[in-house]
Design a protein around this ligand. Sequence first.
Ligand code: DHE
Length: 721
Amino acid sequence: MKMLAMKNLLLKIPLYLISACLLMPLMIMDTWAAKGGGTGNATAGQTMFQSICFACHGVDAGGRFDRRSIKNKSATSVKNAVDHKAYAMAFLTYLTDADYNNLAAYLNIVSGAGAQKLYGIGNATNGEVLFRHACTGCHSINNGTSPGRGPDLKNVPSSPEWVQAFIAEPKAMATHAYTADLLAKYPYIMPNLGLGDYAALDMEAFIHKQQLNGPLLPGAPVALSPTEFDQTKNVYFDHCAGCHGVYRKGATGPNIEVARSTAIGTDGLGALMRYGTPGGMPSWGLSGALSEDNIAKLAAYLQLPPPTPPSLDMTAIQASWNLIVPVANRPAAPQTTRNWQNYFGVILRDASQVAIFDGDTKEEVVRLNVGFAVHILRSSSSGRYFYVIGRDGLVSMVDLWAGTPNIVASVKGCYDARSVESSKFTGYEDKYLIEGCYWPPQYVVYDGLTLQPLARNDLPMTSITGETLPEVRVAAIVASPFEPSWVVNQKESGYVGIVDYSQPGFPLVSNIATEKFLHDGGWDHTKRYFMTAANASNKMVIVDTATRSFVTSFTTGNRPHPGRGANWLDPVYGWVNATPHLGENKVSIYGADPAGRPDVAWKVVRNIILPGSGSLFLKTHPNSPWVLFDMALSTDSSQKQICAYSKQSGAIDRCFTVATNGRATHFEFNQAGTEVWIADWASNGSLIVLDGQTLAEVKRITGLPTPTGKFNVYNTTHDIY
Ligand code: DHE
């Protein structure tokens, strides 16, 4: 029997596996072929098996990278394999006798016929193509300096299965095969690129071959003609400048100036654009947003100096103004029987459209063409108008009182923009609108009823540390309810500006030095304190708008991203707010009541762990028991999930899958706070409406192109979040 088993085994093992590092443990395992599951708990054994052992042995224990079945192995067999210290299994020495017994109990009952069993050996030539295509954004081989996200693979373990399993099942392997201190060295766990087990064989073959062959040198960039350079400049502007800046100095994304881009190399840049990173870089290639041709040209463009972007003066802004329906021709009262205050403006990003939904009936009322890759909506202070900002700087004004909402005016004050805000102070209702530019470094103020351009103001170009900057972008803007002012985040420079709209020319009357890389933020529950993320500084910043002063900043985690935040009463800490993070699976909840709870104000009071990183938004409503979080930029299945945090218990109550086609992102409650809307962000996307109390699905509105942000008229008007 035993001789026969060995013969069969040798026939099945590919030759390359018969190496010094593998032969020993395989033979030992065979000699240990004791039967019986012992006294363990098979359910516990299954949990353990499915968390790590499946990576090498296959989901049914029938063989995968380790080529043979381990069904029916005894606890002693498994323990001996680990204790023998064959590298492939040596990392499991932390297993206890109880674990071995449980595993054996499971191996005794597991059924299946080797569904993941592999045959043949890896092809290093294919592996090189795959490695350059997918891995070089994070790893180098043998050249000492890696691009910085993952290690240089010169010293990757000699065990082929270990490496193959790591490529195919990085989360399981990193969690079990890395010690906590080793894991802490890297910003995030390697994502599963989903290339398949045979690709893992090929890549492993290449890695081990290349270890002997000296440094892996990057491929040469493609040559760009002047026309191609110009076209690629526009592709960069549309897809990359938002995070990395037109001058590529970085802010939300890292610096990718020529020196760093050249160090990452043509292949590495391509891999990053194709697959993204768990830290928030989108997988432009995989999602189809960038073609292979785009990627090759962008990788070349990034290794050349950036061109100087153009300015946009008042004459050009005036020329772009289009008053479609003069005020006199608009209705004097709502021309609809619908509850327009419960309308939702929903962004259909890749269609450059906004859909208006009736929040009561959930019917789509109208779909309107607006600016390119439309980003957010803000309401006028009466709620009657939606102002829509496209990434191309086009502002579109939608009249919700019309029988069917229509665009009544548009204007373009920037080439690139992310935010607008209306005047909300008493006496200035629906009077003015500010548009903040990503490029050029300016803000523009318009008449709130017609969008007639009234003023264009340059931003100060000096940072809080005194450098002169080529690029300063307006990020979040909020409107004070207590005075005629807008609060304007200036990303690169680190200033929070106060624009006084009661003064002629709409000047920046105060510029408050805080922290660099200001991004998104919102009001505390009193609307006195503006709380905003300095995302690449890993901090939250607090500004007191009453005294126009910087209160404090505090570190939360890897790139906080609160959106407008969420205000709620914590049973222990009083009023709190929170931020999730792009770069780690942590939510930091901090005290936000300096009057009532000065002891915990602006201090992190709770850190909550989500199942995935890449969280973009959180949201609540005063009538909701929940604070909801997405993990939209996660590289694993949690991108389809949301988590509900219970305000009462101070803990995550549940995380569950809502998206089917794409990523679950952004929340908005209806006016009453009884329902919450979430986007399934995909080219064939949906809106998912959940009951605000039970979180049961109420409705799914399908067939929508890339729904992202959604804005309820009442909540947006009144800054309810
Ligand atoms: Fe946004 C808010 C900037 C990518 C959806 N986003 C904001 C704000 C800023 C910003 C400055 C705050 C505006 C305010 O409150 O005044 N966003 C940027 C970027 O620079 C970035 C990182 C890259 C880019 O090129 O635009 C970026 N944003 C995205 C997306 O990819 C999202 C998920 C979908 C999309 O539009 O492409 C996205 N951002 C949103 C949404 C808000 C937002 C839905 C408003 C949240 C809210 O509830 O107020």
